[in-house]
Design a protein around this ligand. Structure first.
Ligand code: ZN
Length: 230
């Protein structure tokens, strides 16, 4: 038990947390910078989302306003694209980038984009896995029973898979956003802002996946050192 807290693999967790913190800071600064730059189209986030959806066979998807900051998301169950107030009514470069990214998720859904399907099917098992993994692993250490350590690690693998398969889903939605905004909506200097913001956002997903992988490596290292001690 003791060595679980004080073993040297803890450095991996600190490393993962630092990358995540750095990514979060980059997103905040890119978003706050480009949300103050108005696009020359004058369209709002809601208007551009509506146009992109209609042009891509998603006329049935509603666009709604939602409370909060950076709460923008696409809800596949309800077929609703929810944009935060700041994005919904704003014509800033940041707002258009976020709106186009979320519309990208709706298009993925309409086109049965495989990573999105895989991600959705992983949700329940990843939820259970991430909650059960560490308690099972700790119990395995406590009673020195190796199969329990392995089950704990296996549970965590599902959580890691979820974070990993999130990457193509997010990168693809951002790629679609940049492509559609470049096709006549925004000028090149404006696209630079969209790219800065969306690549910072992508980094947060990379950081989350990295954190999960590092945590997995840590569990494996602890299990191995325990086996050597026995
Ligand atoms: Zn997204």
């Amino acid at each position: 038990m003791f060595r679980y807290y004080y073993d040297p693999t803890y450095i991996l967790v600190v490393l993962g947390a630092l990358v995540a913190l750095f990514a979060q800071m980059k997103v905040s600064s890119a978003y706050s910078r480009w949300s103050q730059v108005a696009s020359r189209t004058g369209m709002t986030g809601a208007q551009i989302a509506r146009q992109i959806l209609d042009a891509n066979g998603c006329s049935g998807v509603r666009v709604e306003r939602v409370q909060g900051k950076l709460t923008d998301h696409y809800d596949p169950e309800g077929g609703v694209l929810r944009l935060s107030s700041e994005v919904y009514g704003s014509s800033s470069i940041a707002a258009l980038g976020v709106a186009a990214h979320e519309a990208g998720h709706a298009i993925q859904d309409a086109q049965d984009y495989a990573p999105m399907r895989i991600r959705a099917s992983l949700v329940p098992v990843a939820n259970i896995g991430s909650k059960a993994a560490v308690p099972l692993f700790m119990l395995g250490l406590l009673v020195s029973w190796e199969p329990l350590l392995k089950i704990g690690i296996l549970c965590f693998v599902f959580a890691v898979l979820f974070y990993v398969v999130t990457l193509p889903v997010e990168l693809n939605a951002s790629g679609r956003a940049v492509a559609v905004l470049s096709s006549g909506y925004l000028a090149e200097d404006e696209i630079r802002g969209v790219k800065a913001m969306l690549s910072a956002a992508a980094l947060t997903y990379v950081a989350a996946a990295l954190q999960a992988v590092l945590q997995l490596v840590r569990l494996v290292l602890i299990a191995n050192s325990r086996r050597r001690d026995d």
